[in-house]
Design a protein around this ligand. Sequence first.
Ligand code: SAH
Ligand code: SF4
Length: 384
Amino acid sequence: MTPPVSLLDLTREQLADLLAGWGQPCFRADQVWDWLYRKLAAEPGEMTNLPKELRERLAAETRCSPLERIYEQRSGDGQTLKWLFRLPDGLTIETVLMLYDDVTGAGRERRTVCISTQAGCAMGCVFCATGQAGLARNLTAGEIVAQVLAAARWLANSESANGESANQRISYQLSAISHLTNIVVMGMGEPMANYDRTWAALRTITDPDAFGLGARHITVSTVGLPQGIRKMATEPLQINLAVSLHAPNDALRSKLLPVNQRYPIAEVMLAIREYIAATNRRVTFEYAMMAGINDTPELAVELAALLRPLRSPTGGMMCHVNLIPLNPVAESPYQPSTPQAAARFQQILEQGGIPSTVRMRRGIDIDAGCGQLRRRVGDGTERR
Ligand code: SAH
Ligand code: SF4
């Protein structure tokens, strides 16, 4: 039997070709596209303006979403949801939805989804649950987009729910916003190692005729693959770049991130300088703070010196450091820094002229760190 066609993996032209091959008029492709990406249809049965026979053929021969949700966790405060999805070949990936309410009244309410680009990861960072398991395979563009659509659908349902919807229990917490506002490509996998599919997905996500989210609301995080950073600098989409640094010198960084042996800090920084020169965009550095490992005052001084040259011609700092206390992974020797150590580190960066923020990891109580849910649930056979 031929496997079903994955609709989210088709370009608009490919979808038009498929439907034309079925003898459908041209406008059907526009209708299906609209159902998939704007009306967030989960199955052809929902596509009510299509003829019944077409809906039936779509249901028989295609697939709207490659994701089957097999596990869900919510943080105690209901503000972070984590899903484990099974892919058609049985592999599992994680997606996290974070709800940030507007406590200041300054219009900062956000609905952010954190998406995966690979099943597993080949980079082997020692503190990362995903890195410990190795790479199974790259996700397809459709599998990446599907995570965004699943989160958008969840949000839309949580607002409109009037009955006994599962989402309703926390819908009282969702005030004004029932749509996604931000995407962070910070789930499982290294996006620059699956570059073409990741960017194909981002093009669909930002296409005004498809999902239509502004590129400036999207951040791609990389372990620091220079060729990926350079390629990103040439993309017309103004997507934000975050680089996982975690250490200011090669000796320490190579211990924590083995990929540093291949691409040492100087090479990564060179690519970042080129990126800034080409795009004039600020870069975020991620720094997972590990007690006694990378959080000493000496390393803060070294980090400030490393980043100080990243200035625009007018003198503004073109970077920002996110200090994130490590999310501890079971059976790992690495522990999060104390709040005092993080504060001291930040103070030294500030004295060195480097802007930074200490961020709390969201959803600590639900294993919301990269790759942790999959590790706990195992191969995904346990259902809830
Ligand atoms: N592969 C990419 C994107 C996915 S990881 C990258 O490495 O940037 C997203 C972020 O989570 C990275 O900054 C990564 O270093 C960080 N991370 C991984 N495991 C973590 C943990 N246990 N605690 C805190 N941050 C972690
Ligand atoms: Fe891969 Fe990123 Fe985890 Fe490193 S931190 S192993 S690059 S997912």
